[in-house]
Structures are given as structure tokens and as C-alpha cells.
Design a protein around this ligand. Structure first.
Ligand SMILES: *[C@@H]1O[C@H](CO)[C@@H](O)[C@H](O)[C@H]1NC(C)=O
Ligand SMILES: *[C@@H]1O[C@H](CO)[C@@H](O)[C@H](O)[C@H]1NC(C)=O
Length: 621
């Protein structure tokens, strides 16, 4: 299972150098090889690696590869493939998120709120250019300091949003001229996030919020998360909280959460389902999230029911409930009655109400639905399926009841390593799963050793030199663009890396998203022919194993995918692509367009595939 890695190329292929320059480089590469060859000519290949990353030990293959590299270099210099470097976009596109152009959506005929939905088909694709960082952009602070303090120049926010102290989850403060601080850990505040979290725990019958995990609450979907402070607190208790909120031009909840290193994505369910399968989350939370829950004949509540696991909780905090006397407040209170009536029809039980917070629990008993015969009770969906769905309309029926995944959250095992019974539900064998886990544990160790600017140096480390510093906490937001079982995520956890992973399952591949979510990981279904619903500069690392060969066989274009990856990647962020030989060769040539530093790495035990490691530069102009 252990694989060794070696440099394939010594030369940066970023620009188009003249032929004689290339030849000069080739000669110096040979010279370097001569220098390096002797100390590494012993049996490095068979020495199991300990702390020293394999890549820096293994120079032997370079000699054999020099010849083939020379051929590649010549072919490049002959102009076989020379995509031009793209220009930076105009300043207006600094925070560009495709598919959310309201005026274009209105023009295309969407209305009744649907103009705020995601409509990629309505937005014409703009100029092909690289989204530039704002003028005073700074590399975010490292985790965990960056969770509580961000650079104000990195996000788009108005002066008013700065100064207003806002709701509990939205409290922020201008620290210095160029920093914003979040006061999530301020227990002194009445109504602080910690108190709020404890209150929720008590309302569902727990002693404190540190018991969430034991009670089966591992994953929470936080709709309209403020600036993520509730999620930040829950993450410290190992509860995976994913924020979704609508696209916002200023003071975006999603942009600020991601800037803080907290899981978030743009998402709304005005007319279409969320991109998650049925029975996905242990808790859905909405604190003043702006959704009018009793609209559309309860379709929004049915959608919450769909994504909730059996026995899961819906927490709703809304100030309109506050009755301080007076006719206006009484009226507002009454508007909650339809919600309460509807929740009974869909077999939720009200666990409690305290101040402005309501908590309902979804039933664990499928028969409950059949016993309700009043008017307006939503029927069970026919032909229940966990099939791959994307852009499906909101339902008016109850789903998930015939799923094999109908398992109450209180009865589930708590780790991310699923039992063989749980795996069987997903049609996965324990051996395959274990093999996958081992593969990723080993792959991650190798990746990690590659994530250093040193690999782009023309003078790689010599044997005996100090090891390069691993990127400890420089990487926080990771996206696995083709996540399969979530193996990379699991490996990160085992290595105690302080990252979270957005596990993306591409459409038209085996739908492993239910498995990923059942492991307690963040995940989403996505069509990589379209832009990802996130703001620019939100991920530190993008990883894709086998995605490119999937894209190359589809109708969409790898160079557009690279452009989109560049948009969502932070400056100095990393890309790790693993794929078939010819696909990596093609991609490496295209990487020139997005101006990434790139290096091809050969996998020792795998002659059919290559690794392409890239870093996005911090372009200022
Ligand atoms: C949004 O769409 C309008 C109308 O099609 C267009 O003029 C405008 O440039 C678009 N905005 C962006 C940011 O693409
Ligand atoms: C990760 O942390 C756990 C608990 O602190 C520890 O037992 C384990 O050895 C650590 N793993 C690694 C690879 O450092």
C-alpha cells in the first residue's frame, strides 16, 4: 500500500522560455543529477519511510527520467501546446460568484423569490479572466487565531454591518482599522453563543452541550448562520456544523464563515431541494434565518423533514415570538400557529419552548405518518429513493420512510468508522472500506510532505538536509472534489490535522454522499460542469482524485474547471490532482493559463497515473 514519490520534472513549465534557455536548464539538471546521484544510489526505494518524506529521499529515478523530460521540453518549445496566460478580471469581479445574477434571472423570467435562486443557465459566462484579490487582501491568519480575527479587506462588508452589533450569532467588532473580531467565546454576554448552545442541550434533555455527540447529534445544518459563531462553538465540541445561506452581495454569512475557517456554502431552498439526500442531518438550526416557514403549504418544513434523520431535531429561534403584550406582538405570535399545526401533521413533537427558541423532534416511527388522517397531512412519497438528485423541485410529500438509512440518531454508532452493518446499508464491503482508509492514510502523509514551496524549487533538498516544515495550520478549508467514501477526510482526522473537508460527490458518479454524511462529514452533490456555490478565495486546498478523467469524458471543459478552481482557491492555496497519465499531461499544459506553479510527481507503484501538485500565486496585478 505504501507508495513512494519522486520528482518527474525539474523545470518549471510556467512560461515559454526560448529553446537555448531550455537546453541550458537541461544541462544544469543533468549536473544536478550528477551531484545528487551518488548519495541516493543505495536502496532508497526499499527503505520504508519514517519521518523523512519519501519525495526528498528518492532521487534515483530522476536520472532515468531526464531523457523523457527532455522530449517533453522540446515538444513544448516547438509550440505544441502553449495556452496563453489569462489576464486578471476587473475590480468589479473581486467577489464574483457565478449563477447568482438577480437582474439576469429576472430578465430570464424568474420571479416570486426564485430570482434569488441559483440559475447558472441564465447568467451568460463572462470574460475568461482570473478573479483578482481586493487591493488590501492579506493571507488569513492561521487557525485557530483566524477563527476569531479576520482581515476586513478580505471580505465585502459595509460600514453599517461593521458597526452594528447585531444578533447573537452575528456579533462582530471592529478591532483595529483593518481587522474584524468575533466574540463567540464571550460567556459573559447574556444570550451569548455558549449559553444558547447549553440552553438547546437542556431543552432536548441533556446535562450540557458537551453531551451532544453521545445523544447522536454529530452533524448540524445551520441555515442562515449569522457569521458562524454558533458553528464555531459546536465545532469545538466536535459537532460538524455546516452553514448554508443565500447569496449576499455585502456582509455574506457564507463568505465570513469561510474566511474564519468554518464550513459553509451558498444554498437556499426557495423552489428547489437542498443538494443533500434524504436523512442527512441530526439537527437543523435556524436562528432568525429569514425563512417564512408557514409559506408554500409547509413545503419548507417538509424540506427540513426530508434532510433530518429520524429522531433528529429542528431548532427555530425567532424574535417574533416574543410577546411583550400589545396587539402587534399578539398578531406575530398567532402567525406561529400554522407552523405548530403543520409540525404535528408531519409527526414532529414539540420538545420545548423557551424564550424565543422552539425545538421539535422528528419521529423515529414510520407508522406515525400512516396514523395521521386529518386534512392537509402530506402523503408519503411514492417510490422512495436515495437516488442522485440535483435541482429537484421542493416536495409536498414525506420522503425517506422506506430507506434502509431510516435509523434513529440515538441508535447509531458514534465514530466515523462505520460498522459492517452500517456499511452494508450503503452496499459497501468492510474490506473495501478498510483498504480505502489505509490507502488514504498513506496518501495523505505523502501529500502533506509535498505541500511546501520547496517542491517548486530547482534545487530540491539534498539528502541529510533538514526536512521542510510541513504546512501545519496554514491549511484549514479543504475541498475533496471527488470524495468517494470521504477517505481523505477520515485520514485528516486520524492525523489530527486542524482542517475540515467539503466532500463533493460529482453528479454522474456513484452516489456515495449518503455514506459520507453518515460518517458525520460535510458533503454535497455537485455538477463540476457548473461553478461551485461559494465565494472567491474560500479554500486552502483543492484535491481531486480521478475527477479530471471524468470531466474529460463529459461535455465540459477542463480549462473552465481550472478557472473555477482558481476562483475559489485562496492565494498561496494548493491543488493536488491525481489522474491518468495523459489527462495529467494535458492538464499540466492548461495550468499555464491560470498561472499556477505546477509540478508533476510520479507515483512509484502506479505507472498509469500521475500526481500534479500546484500552488496558486498571490497575484497583485
Ligand atoms: C448580470 O446580468 C446583467 C444582465 O444580463 C449584466 O448586464 C451584468 O453584467 C451581470 N453582472 C455580472 C456581475 O455578471
Ligand atoms: C491524534 O490525537 C489522539 C488523541 O489526542 C492521539 O491518541 C493520536 O495518537 C493522535 N494521532 C496522531 C497521528 O498524532
Amino acid at each position: 500500500m505504501r507508495s513512494h514519490w519522486s520528482h518527474k520534472l525539474f523545470l518549471k513549465l510556467g512560461r515559454r522560455p526560448p529553446l537555448n534557455w531550455l537546453l541550458l536548464c537541461f544541462v544544469s539538471v543533468l549536473a544536478l543529477i550528477v551531484i545528487l546521484a551518488s548519495p541516493s544510489s543505495n536502496t532508497v526505494d526499499s527503505v520504508p519511510s519514517s519521518s523523512i518524506p519519501d519525495i526528498y529521499k528518492n532521487y534515483r529515478r530522476i536520472k532515468q527520467q531526464a531523457a523523457s523530460d527532455y522530449l517533453e521540453i522540446t515538444s513544448l518549445s516547438l509550440g505544441i501546446s502553449h495556452p496563453r496566460e489569462l489576464d486578471l478580471c476587473s475590480k468589479e469581479r473581486e467577489n464574483y460568484v457565478p449563477c447568482y445574477n438577480v437582474s439576469a434571472n429576472l430578465f430570464a423570467g424568474f420571479h416570486d423569490g426564485e430570482e434569488f435562486d441559483r440559475h447558472c443557465e441564465a447568467s451568460r459566462s463572462g470574460p475568461r479572466c482570473l478573479v483578482r484579490p481586493p487591493k488590501d487582501y492579506k493571507i488569513p491568519l492561521r487557525w485557530p487565531a483566524g477563527r476569531d480575527v479576520i482581515w476586513s479587506g478580505n471580505v465585502k462588508i459595509t460600514k453599517d454591518q461593521f458597526l452594528s452589533s447585531g444578533s447573537m450569532t452575528k456579533r462582530l467588532m471592529l478591532l483595529e482599522e483593518n481587522q474584524i473580531a468575533f466574540h463567540s467565546e464571550d460567556g459573559m454576554n447574556i444570550g451569548g453563543v455558549k449559553d444558547y448552545s447549553r440552553q438547546i442541550a437542556e431543552m432536548i434533555g441533556l446535562g450540557s452541550d458537551s453531551e451532544f455527540i453521545q445523544a447522536g447529534v454529530r452533524t448540524i445544518l445551520d441555515i442562515g448562520c449569522g457569521f458562524g459563531s454558533f458553528g464555531a462553538h459546536l465545532l469545538s465540541l466536535n459537532v460538524m456544523t455546516i452553514c448554508i445561506a443565500a447569496y449576499e452581495v455585502f456582509g455574506s454569512q457564507v463568505q465570513l464563515s469561510l474566511e474564519r475557517g468554518l464550513p459553509a456554502m451558498i444554498g437556499n431552498f426557495i423552489s428547489r431541494q437542498l443538494p443533500y439526500p434524504a436523512l442527512s442531518f441530526d439537527m437543523v438550526h435556524c436562528a432568525q434565518c429569514g425563512i417564512i416557514w408557514d409559506e408554500k403549504d409547509g413545503a419548507f418544513l417538509i424540506e427540513v423533514d426530508r434532510v433530518l434523520k429520524p429522531g433528529g431535531y429542528f431548532v427555530l429561534t425567532s424574535p417574533t415570538r416574543k410577546s411583550q403584550g400589545g396587539s402587534l406582538d399578539a398578531k406575530k405570535t398567532i402567525s406561529f400557529t400554522p407552523i405548530e399545526e403543520f409540525t404535528q401533521k408531519i409527526c414532529w413533537s414539540l420538545l420545548g419552548q423557551q424564550d424565543e427558541t422552539f425545538i421539535w423532534q422528528k419521529t423515529t416511527d414510520v407508522h406515525c405518518y400512516l396514523s395521521r388522517k386529518q386534512d392537509g397531512v402530506p402523503p408519503l412519497c411514492k417510490g422512495d429513493y436515495d437516488a442522485q438528485s440535483y435541482y429537484e423541485p421542493l416536495l409536498s410529500c414525506i420522503s425517506g420512510t422506506t430507506s434502509k438509512r431510516w435509523v434513529p440518531i440515538q441508535k447509531r454508532s458514534s465514530g466515523s468508522q462505520l460498522s459492517s452493518v452500517e456499511l452494508a446499508i450503503h452496499g459497501v464491503h468492510l474490506e473495501d472500506f478498510s483498504e480505502d482508509s489505509q490507502f488514504w492514510a498513506s496518501a495523505l502523509r505523502n501529500y502533506w510532505s509535498l505541500l511546501t514551496p520547496l517542491i517548486f524549487s530547482d534545487h530540491p533538498k539534498r539528502p541529510g538536509d533538514e526536512d521542510p516544515l510541513p504546512p501545519f495550520n496554514m491549511i484549514r478549508n479543504v475541498m475533496d472534489m471527488n470524495a468517494n467514501y470521504g477517505g481523505l477526510n477520515a485520514a485528516f482526522l486520524e492525523e489530527n490535522k486542524s482542517v475540515w473537508v467539503m466532500n463533493v460527490v460529482p453528479v454522474n458518479t456513484p452516489n456515495t454522499l449518503p455514506l459520507i454524511l453518515d460518517r458525520g462529514f460535510a458533503g454535497v452533490l455537485h455538477d463540476w460542469c457548473e461553478p461551485f456555490p461559494t465565494y472567491p478565495r474560500t479554500y486552502d486546498m483543492l484535491h481531486a482524485n480521478g475527477l479530471l478523467s471524468h470531466i474529460i469524458n463529459s461535455e465540459c471543459d477542463i480549462s473552465n474547471l481550472l478557472l473555477e478552481m482558481d476562483r475559489i482557491l485562496r492565494p498561496e492555496g494548493w491543488v493536488v490532482l491525481c489522474d491518468k497519465l495523459h489527462v495529467i499531461e494535458k492538464t499540466r499544459a492548461l495550468v499555464t493559463q491560470v498561472r499556477w506553479e505546477a509540478r508533476v510527481i510520479q507515483l512509484q507503484n502506479d505507472n498509469d497515473r500521475l500526481l500534479l501538485v500546484c500552488q496558486k500565486p498571490f497575484l497583485k496585478k
